[in-house]
Design a protein around this ligand. Structure first.
Ligand SMILES: Cc1ncc(C[n+]2csc(CCOP(=O)(O)OP(=O)(O)O)c2C)c(N)n1
Ligand SMILES: [Mg+2]
Length: 626
């Protein structure tokens, strides 16, 4: 057996550079680079190792550790989980900054590899700078915080432990059912210790990504259920896109006439104008999909987690006889809502079902109804795109302008605030990878960092990042990274002076938008967001801030100027921030949906009491769906 004498960190970097995945006969390099911020916990270990072999692994410098995990997740999502980026940090705050990013990646089932430094395995110099001493547990460090948010977690206490740990990490990262954030915590002394690593460990390794099928009898039972259904509906989730099953789905829909509602992660499964494409379903769903869901007698969930936003907190599916068939590569998800579980790859399983449905289609009337609902909904989208609202534009008009002035293959990125809901309803998707809204964790701050990952993964597409003022203020600094790396983003910064989404939610629950608007403190209070106590604006200029970070900034005062700005932005080769103010009170309505958010059972406020009564009416509509 030949061996190579390397430090643990050197072996790790070489190992990562040699990992590939293979699906459908095509190989993909799994780690296309390593983002990092250095400190004493990784500088001389992973940092030294990266600096030695820049041809094996590109290093990218980020501004914030949370952001770099979002970038890795955005990258992995754009590549359908066939590639990702590693993230190296120092110990202590550099490491724990990654926690939100790790949770967001795991919730969204996206592979990211986190490599924080850790305190000395020897413990001899303890307590080191940035060490949190746990009085009762000698082996614990802040990196243990990551255990619940990682799909695989390990700490490399001896250099040879890297061998089984790295292999275990790759098994999980490349496993479509298990993937998410993975952490290898690297004590700073162990990173620099040498070991004679077996050459096989460092050799090129290909991890196959198969297309597993459910057992034939489960497929037969599912096909029989579908053949008996009168009003079947498909709910397409992110799994359809990750599995590259959109063509198979569209073919099935075309032939059988089963209409499709899409979740946030599944939006793009169908082009918006495909007959049978109902569009967004659930809390942020539209009339076409939600009316169809209310009457459906069979729901075929494909690659969906059935979050409360998809099921309207279990109120969307109102037919007493409704049954579920859940096609999912994750056994856990396939068993939700008492469904018939089809555990398998989305594409292979859709194709296997399609064979068994040969010669069958929904009634012509039902097909016609779906098409009519789709056409009516698209008319509503056109209305909201061109409201002519003033003096400040409505957010739906901003979305309309971006949609109409972007190319079909461009990518729209968003994550939190009022835009995800509006985008889910209104964005006309024309490409399976053209819609990227992180709504599993809905992380404020994901937008620019995640968009950077999308651009890195797919540089041929323009990336439109739509970000609210609130999210922008949480994490705008990766604009600097986009300038540094020459990765152009078009950031549409929508300023409505605060948290319009949460303000509207608060008002609807009787709390007058308390604490959701940016206002100068007067009379000891920050006021509310009822639209009645206007108060003083803050002397804050976010466009100037973006300019200071290196972006090319265009201010748009109305929709016409916004359209001009979007046209001009295409010709600029560095990150552009288009700054536009909108009317925070002009929002897109809900369409026959409900979301369970608790309301105080007792209160001195009549508004809260009224909201509680309304809440109880919603609660009564819930189903267990067992
Ligand atoms: C990190 C994080 N903190 C808090 C929230 C809760 N939250 C959701 S939307 C929102 C406000 C977002 O404000 P902005 O980006 O301006 O969008 P707007 O609501 O105005 O459209 C908040 C606080 C969140 N999603 N993420
Ligand atoms: Mg806002």
């Amino acid at each position: 057996m030949t061996t190579v004498r390397l430090t643990m960190a050197q072996a790790l970097v070489r190992f990562l550079a040699a990992q590939f995945v293979e699906r459908d006969g095509i190989e993909h390099r799994f780690f296309e680079g390593c983002f990092g911020i250095f400190g004493h916990g990784n500088l001389t270990g992973v940092g030294q190792a990266l600096s030695e072999v820049p041809e094996l692994m590109t290093y990218y410098q980020a501004r914030n550790e949370q952001a770099m995990v979002h970038t890795a997740a955005g990258f992995a999502r754009q590549r359908n989980r066939l590639a990702t980026l590693a993230c190296t940090t120092s110990i202590g705050p550099g490491a724990t900054n990654m926690l939100t990013g790790a949770a967001a990646a795991t919730v969204n089932r996206l592979p990211v590899l986190l490599l924080p430094g850790d305190t000395f395995a020897s413990r001899q110099p303890d307590p080191v700078l940035q060490q949190l001493e746990v009085f009762s547990r000698g082996e614990m460090s802040v990196n243990d915080c990551f255990q619940p948010v990682c799909k695989y977690w390990d700490r490399i206490q001896r250099p040879e432990q890297l061998v089984p740990a790295a292999l275990a990490a790759l098994r999980v990262l490349t496993n479509q059912a298990e993937t998410g954030a993975v952490m290898l915590a690297l004590p700073q002394d162990v990173q620099v210790e040498a070991y004679d690593y077996p050459s096989e460990f460092l050799a090129r390794r290909v991890w196959p990504i198969g297309r597993p099928l459910p057992p034939p009898d489960a497929l037969d039972r599912a096909a029989a259920l579908i053949r008996q259904a009168h009003r079947p509906m498909i709910v397409a989730g992110g799994g359809v896109i990750y599995s590259e099953a959109t063509a198979a789905l569209q073919a099935l829909v075309k032939r059988t006439g089963i209409p499709v509602g899409e979740t946030q992660a599944g939006k793009g499964s169908m082009p918006f104008d495909h007959p049978g494409a109902l569009g967004a379903v659930g809390v942020t769903g539209n009339l076409a999909a939600n009316r169809t869901a209310a009457a459906a007698d069979l729901v075929i969930g494909i690659g969906t987690r059935y979050s409360d936003f998809t099921t309207g907190s279990k109120t969307i599916f109102q037919n007493d006889a409704v049954r579920f068939i859940n096609l999912n590569v994750v056994d856990f998800d396939a068993h939700k809502l008492g469904g018939l579980a089809l555990v398998g790859d989305a594409r292979a399983t859709i194709e296997a079902l399609a064979e068994r449905l040969s010669g069958w289609a929904v009634d012509a009337d039902y097909r016609k109804l779906s098409e009519q609902l789709r056409v009516e909904w698209d008319r509503e989208v056109s209305r909201l795109y061109h409201l002519g609202h003033g003096p400040l534009p409505a957010q739906s008009e901003v979305i309309g302008a971006v949609n109409e002035l972007s190319n079909p293959s461009d990518v729209l990125v968003c994550a939190a605030g009022s835009m995800p809901g509006d985008l889910h309803k209104l964005w006309r998707t024309r490409d399976a990878k053209g819609y990227h809204v992180e709504y599993g964790y809905s992380t404020m701050g994901y937008e620019i960092a995640g968009g950077l990952g999308v651009k890195l993964a797919d540089p041929g597409r323009e990336v439109y990042v739509m970000v609210g003022d609130g999210s922008y203020l949480m994490m705008a600094q990766e604009i600097v990274t986009s300038i540094q790396e020459g990765l152009k983003l078009t950031v549409v910064l929508v300023d409505n002076e605060g948290f319009a989404s949460i303000g509207a939610l608060s008002r609807s629950k009787g709390s007058a938008g308390f604490g959701t608007r940016y206002r100068q403190r007067t009379d000891g209070s920050l006021g509310d967001d009822s639209g009645q106590h206007d108060g003083l604006s803050l002397p804050v200029d976010l466009a100037l801030n973006a300019q200071g970070l290196g972006a090319h900034v265009i201010r748009a005062a109305n929709v016409d100027e916004l359209r001009d700005a979007l046209v001009a932005a295409r010709t600029i080769d560095r990150t552009v921030v288009v700054y536009v103010r909108t009317d925070r009170y002009e929002s897109v309505p809900g369409y026959e949906s409900w979301w369970q958010v608790p309301v105080a059972e007792v209160s001195g406020s009549g508004d809260v009491e009224a909201a509680r009564l309304e809440h109880e009416r919603g609660l009564a509509r819930r189903r267990w769906q067992l």
